[in-house]
Ligand binder design. Structure first.
Ligand SMILES: Nc1ncnc2c1ncn2[C@@H]1O[C@H](COP(=O)(O)OP(=O)(O)OP(=O)(O)O)[C@@H](O)[C@H]1O
Ligand SMILES: [Mg+2]
Length: 259
């Protein structure tokens, strides 16, 4: 289920603007990898290349290779829709479909993929996904109520349930807790620690404590100035990035001296 990601000399463009330059990184399966770095250094941009969401924007493109367990997801003939069902994404703001019930929200990804399943199978997917997202106990008696009626933290866990319902191999999260209160944040962090037993998890975060708490490895990105591309500066075990970084800019960033 869980797959390794290799980016090889990856460059990411918006039209002529190169937003991210020359990234080489291996992201291990069954682990949590955190992307950190100052605003505008390309964390979201790079994250969105990992499931081919980047190219949805006009003029946006990628150069280099991105391998999922050795297979290039940008090779000719690869269906981006299939890539996105293997590499799921959770966004900064919880975005349940407002007119759908909790149950329909969990099943939304399967429907989008055109999968037809029986009511019994659908019930099983709903329960398993909501249990996987640590939300089942809180919502099991209100599955037919609108997803928008949940608290922010519950909505984010609902979005995670929707992501895992399609059984992806990789889960990408772009600042998934930035709109949440501390209690909901802890609930989502606990969940992330559980998800890594099955999935490859990549999380973008501005919260250093969060990166230190949840991730096994940390990638520090930085930018040399406006208009310059973001670069991967240092990538190592999270404890090393926070306690014994090799680059001065990493040390400055993690100790709060800039960014
Ligand atoms: N749709 C877009 N079109 C053109 N340029 C973009 C687009 N989205 C982002 N950029 C530019 O790409 C660069 C990287 O942006 P990105 O959003 O990836 O940064 P980030 O590290 O995620 O920042 P933040 O921490 O603020 O979320 C920035 O210079 C940004 O202005
Ligand atoms: Mg971002």
């Amino acid at each position: 289920m869980s797959k390794r990601i290799d980016a090889i000399d990856l460059n990411v463009y918006y039209g002529k603007f190169r937003a991210v330059a020359d990234v080489d990184i291996t992201i291990e399966p069954k682990s949590v990898t955190a992307f950190i770095g100052p605003s505008g250094c390309g964390k979201t941009t790079f994250l969105r290349t990992l499931n081919r969401m980047h190219e949805v924007l006009p003029g946006a493109h990628v150069e280099g290779k991105l391998l999922l367990d050795g297979d290039d997801i940008y090779a000719p003939g690869v269906d981006p829709v299939a890539v996105r069902s293997n590499v799921g994404m959770v966004f900064q703001r919880p975005n349940p479909f407002p007119t759908m019930t909790i149950r329909e929200n969990v099943l939304a990804g399967l429907k989008l993929n055109g999968q037809r399943i029986s009511k019994g199978d659908a019930d099983a997917v709903v329960e398993k996904s909501l249990r996987g997202a640590n939300l089942w106990q809180e919502v099991k008696d209100r599955l037919e109520k609108p997803g928008s009626g949940l608290s922010g933290g519950q909505q984010q866990r609902l979005c995670i349930a929707r992501t895992i319902a399609v059984e992806p191999e990789v889960i990408l999260m772009d600042e998934p807790c930035s709109a949440l209160d501390p209690i909901s944040t802890l609930a989502v962090e606990d969940l992330i620690s559980e998800l890594k037993e099955q999935y490859t998890v990549v999380i973008v975060t501005h919260n250093m404590q969060q990166a230190a708490r949840v991730s096994d490895k940390t990638a520090f990105f930085n930018i040399a100035g406006t208009g310059k591309p973001g670069k991967l500066i240092e990538y190592a075990e999270t404890s090393q990035i926070f306690n014994n970084p090799q680059e001065k800019s990493t040390e400055d960033y993690v100790s709060g001296r800039f960014g």
